[in-house]
Design a protein around this ligand. Structure first.
Ligand code: PRP
Length: 213
């Protein structure tokens, strides 16, 4: 049988996931020494192939898992909320913790007055859901990065963005008005894989549960 294939979000989550895999006894030397390679083998302690890791951008992790070319994925809850639900969320891995927040320039009263407000964000679906819940009609502008810039240059009244330490907001004179939701890294599974390869997936899930609780 083919080895399990796990899509891993490149960058921040990659490092901690590799550390977790090593903690439960897997050899991740090939990932640590990957160069420009994107598909990497992970070995058991006895040298046998345990599974394969595919390195991808966060939203693509979901695409690979939803389409069944990867059995499992490690991705942030932010990307899950924004991009899709056609998979199982198996486990909160407990790292990559941050929060979505609504923020504005200091001393700006976002909820004051009747004028329709404008909100810039990399996460239009999350932002839409947040304001729909409040029955508030806002104009959403999609930004690709450094969202904090938008209210500073007058493009928007506020932003919905990820806050980890809060230092980006502070450095740019912005304040959190409201917390939207908590975020952390999640283990997700393709729905068919979960049925067809239940034992293998559950075994890995149990090991990860042990080191993340
Ligand atoms: C994220 C987020 C904030 C920042 C928050 O951006 O969009 O800008 O990190 O972190 P902090 O609260 O610890 O300051 P990222 O670094 O991913 O860059 P980007 O906005 O250019 O995508």
């Amino acid at each position: 049988m083919k080895p399990l294939r796990i899509a891993l979000t490149k960058g921040r989550l990659e490092k901690t996931t590799v550390e977790l895999f090593e903690k439960i006894g897997y050899n991740c030397d090939e990932i640590r020494d990957k160069g420009r390679r994107l598909i990497l083998p992970v070995y058991n302690g006895d040298g046998g192939l345990a599974f394969e890791v595919v390195l991808a951008k966060a939203a693509d992790v979901i695409t690979y898992v939803e389409n069944g070319v990867c059995d499992l994925g490690v991705v942030g809850k932010d990307t899950i909320l924004e991009n899709g639900t056609s998979f199982y969320e198996l486990l909160d891995l407990g790292f990559g913790k941050c929060r979505f927040a609504l923020a504005t320039k200091k001393d700006f009263d976002f909820y004051d007055g009747y004028a329709r407000k404008t909100v810039a964000t990399k996460y239009p679906n999350v932002t839409r859901a947040f304001f729909d819940e409040k029955n508030l009609d806002v104009r959403i502008i999609k930004i690709e990065g450094s969202v904090e810039l938008a209210p500073l240059v007058g493009l928007s009244d506020g932003i919905v963005d990820i806050v980890e330490t809060g230092s980006t907001l502070r450095a740019n004179g912005l304040d959190v008005i409201e917390w939207v939701t908590d975020i952390s890294a999640r283990l997700i599974a393709n729905t068919a894989s979960l049925k067809l390869r239940k034992a293998e997936i559950e075994a890995l899930q149990r090991k990860l549960e042990e080191v993340t609780k």
